[in-house]
Design a protein around this ligand. Structure first.
Ligand code: SF4
Ligand code: SF4
Length: 712
């Protein structure tokens, strides 16, 4: 592409009051080869954007630099064809005019540098060449329970061909084995009938759904739009995306020795109790007698650091429901529920009150212990410290039901048997659930095109699991549609670029294949990466990892960021105007800086923000480029580490930190203080910390003095 760059500078929203727009125009005209320059009082108005469209239509420009508001706003207005036009939004509103003193020299210099960096970015951008293999748009749903059935139905109703695979011989999952469910409609007093059979009938009779029961998956190879799936029986299939709705399994009660499961036959689990109730009669397994006192023990292995540290969300409501069964069998029966906290969200609270009113006794404790009821009328004895009475209690019972929690079906079973370099399983979060980012992108796993739904994703009840199926089906559809257009899925949805590798210079070091969080690269026997472009989320972590710097994107590269850094005007050491380059994650830190501007928070004028796709794309050469240019300090703002917060690209800022540990040694060797480079973890809501972070870093740089390489 022969670039014809048009620069359009807006003076609206207070920009013109704060910055001398003429000086910005001079920088663009005098320092760069541009085809067109315009200023306008409101570029986002019909008249303003019309100006740009007119120049594009006339063929006067094909690259558009818009110096105005943040690129996160007015996206519908400044929306030009990405296949023919390179667009760069230069943020001189939130990042300059709204956070710096009006009319000052340093404010102007800051804006001028943003103009320099923005035009440089365009100069280093190429039009995308989207990956356009033939894409299959059919969808595979794995699991025939509540969420899988709903996902299959919704995707098929939307017109997509669906294959539904279920390992059991029947569809319906656990729901088909239940007697009833907790109330879901006002006044939330009556148990609901199980209606899963109606959904099953719709699925098996749907012309767009093929059902494979008694079937497992032996291999999934390929990538979104072209997954090749082989089954334990029948022909292989090609599908575009996958909904993983494999469900859950109960926590292993054999591990609950203190509750005597496996020691006394009349200690059973909530799943066993439900199956018994569905079969018609509740009895004691030891002798077949009908129990007249039943005790439920909540959180049996849940919210317990030695077993499942989390709450399974549904077990309290299940025990309330099962208490009703006991009373239904004989209204004289007695029910005790030993609980840590009764968790009945939403309208389930009404049901909880009803069960209380109907005579179930609740004992608040976290020290339940089950023993044999020697010498007593009943077979079992539950001892506990009642936290409300403040004294020990002992209850005799005929039957004890343990409310055990949920674990994902993927635990110890990869289910999909992926042919990925990183292994056959979908990667998990810390409790074993294969979600990838519960904060922003529920359903998405770390394997692009594979979406988790229902209890395999997190513990939940049946109605939520079915809604989850709908959500995951929509994601699966979105994936095949975007992929067929060569576009990325979340979080860089719509990006048409993908990693391009200059493999002639690859040293087979395997860093890219190891560090890609999404398993984009398989590798051959020698270690040469084998890209599967539709698996890529365009995070650029591989670009940052490659020591040979041979991975780049049409619209993002090591050279691009390096050149932007080099375009900054660095005053000499006598001017006492230090310069800080801040590489900021575009997902959290960039919007946080925007929000700081929105709140008119002010900070030192020495900083120049450069958004990066992920701090994991940090290439150490950028640090070297900055320091050799005379930049005094480099600030890296990335996401908080760990599962509790979550980087959009899993571990980007942690990777950047690991790379930085190597830089520190090099800096010390060069007699440059390692304090000149600082990494801060920042959540999007932490925008109020930005002035403090910058001001403290500025103070530290003042202590260190100017970068000795300034002026060289
Ligand atoms: S850009 Fe990210 S997702 Fe794509 S190959 Fe590189 S590391 Fe993997
Ligand atoms: S990181 Fe770079 S050099 Fe190493 S295997 Fe990947 S492409 Fe090759």
């Amino acid at each position: 592409m022969d670039q014809k760059i048009g620069v359009y500078i807006c003076s609206g929203c207070g920009i013109g009051d704060s910055i001398d727009v003429e000086s910005l125009s001079s920088v663009a005209k005098d320092e760069f080869k541009i085809a067109k320059l315009e200023t306008h009082a409101a570029l986002c108005s019909d008249d303003g954007v019309g100006l740009i469209r007119k120049d594009l239509a006339a063929g006067d420009v094909n690259c558009v630099a818009i110096a105005a508001c943040s690129g996160r706003v007015k996206t519908d207005v400044f929306n030009f064809d990405p296949m023919t036009v390179i667009t760069e939004r230069i943020n001189i509103r939130e990042h300059v005019a709204w956070c710096q003193p009006v009319g000052e020299e340093d404010t102007r210099m800051m804006a001028e540098d943003y103009i320099r960096m923005g035009i440089t970015r365009i100069e280093k951008t190429h039009l995308p060449n989207p990956y356009s293999e033939s894409i299959d748009k059919s969808i595979l749903v794995v699991g025939g329970g509540s969420s899988g059935l709903q996902a299959a139905l919704d995707a098929a109703d939307a017109g997509y061909s669906v294959t539904l695979v279920e390992k059991e011989d029947q569809l319906g999952g656990y729901m088909a084995k239940w007697k009833s469910t907790v109330p879901t409609s006002p006044p939330y007093q009556q148990l609901d009938e199980i209606t899963i059979q109606q959904t099953i009938d719709k699925v098996v009779n749907h012309e767009k759904i093929t059902v494979l029961t008694g079937t497992t998956i032996t291999k999934v190879a390929g990538a979104p739009g072209m997954f090749d799936v082989t089954f334990s029986k029948g022909d292989p299939k090609r599908v575009g995306s996958i909904v993983l709705a494999a469900g859950w399994k109960p926590y292993d009660p054999e591990k609950l020795q203190h509750l005597s499961y496996g020691t006394y036959p009349d200690v059973i689990t909530n799943v066993q109790f439900e199956e018994m109730a569905k079969a018609g009669k509740i009895t004691c397994p030891s002798d077949g007698s009908e129990p007249s006192v039943v005790a439920f023990i909540q959180c049996a292995g849940s919210r317990d650091a030695d077993h499942l540290p989390y709450c399974s969300a549904i077990c309290c409501r299940v025990s309330l429901k099962q208490a009703v069964y006991v009373k239904e069998q004989n209204e004289e029966n007695k029910v005790f529920i030993f609980y840590k906290d009764i968790r009945t969200p939403e309208q389930s609270e009404e049901f909880y009150k009803k069960v209380q009113k109907d005579g179930t006794v609740f004992v608040k404790t976290d020290t339940s212990k089950v023993t044999i009821g020697e010498g007593s009328e009943r077979k079992l004895c539950i001892e506990a410290m009642d936290q409300l009475l403040g004294e020990p209690v002992m209850v005799e019972a005929d039957l004890v039901v343990l409310a055990t929690g949920m674990q994902p079906a993927t635990l110890d079973d990869p289910i999909l048997n992926l042919e990925y370099r990183q292994g056959p399983a979908v990667p998990e979060l810390k409790y074993g659930f294969p979600d990838s980012h519960y904060v922003c992108f529920p359903y998405e796993t770390r394997r692009t095109g594979i979406y988790a739904a229902g209890c395999v994703r997190q513990p939940m009840g049946a109605s939520r699991a079915s809604q989850d199926g709908t959500g995951a089906a929509l994601k699966a559809i979105q994936c095949v549609e975007l992929t067929s257009q060569g576009k990325a899925v979340h979080p860089r949805s719509g990006d048409l670029s993908y990693p391009e590798l200059f493999l002639q210079r690859c040293t087979q070091c395997k860093r890219c294949t190891e560090e890609c969080p999404f398993g984009m690269y398989n590798e051959d026997v020698k270690g040469t990466p084998l890209p599967h472009p539709t698996r890529c989320r365009r995070c650029s972590i591989c670009m940052g990892s490659c020591p040979e710097r041979i991975i780049s994107f049409a619209n993002y590269s090591v050279d691009m960021i390096g050149s932007m850094i080099k375009s900054i005007n660095v005053p000499d050491e006598y001017d006492e105007k230090p310069r800080i380059v801040a590489l900021i994650c575009e997902n959290d830190a960039f919007p946080a800086v925007d929000m700081a501007g929105l709140h008119r928070l002010s900070y030192a004028p020495w900083v120049r923000f450069i958004p990066v796709r992920c701090l994991g794309s940090l290439n150490l050469i950028w640090i070297a480029d900055s320091l050799s240019k005379g930049i005094d300090g480099i600030l890296l703002l990335g996401c908080r580490y760990g599962d509790d917060y979550q980087c959009h690209f899993m571990q980007g800022s942690e990777l950047a930190n690991t790379r930085l540990s190597k830089v520190a040694e090099t800096l010390d060797r060069l007699m440059l203080e390692s304090d000149r480079v600082r990494l801060e973890q920042l959540a999007i809501t932490d925008f109020g910390r930005i002035p403090k972070i910058i001001d403290e870093f500025t103070e530290r740089l003042a202590e260190l003095g100017p970068n000795p390489y300034k002026g060289f």
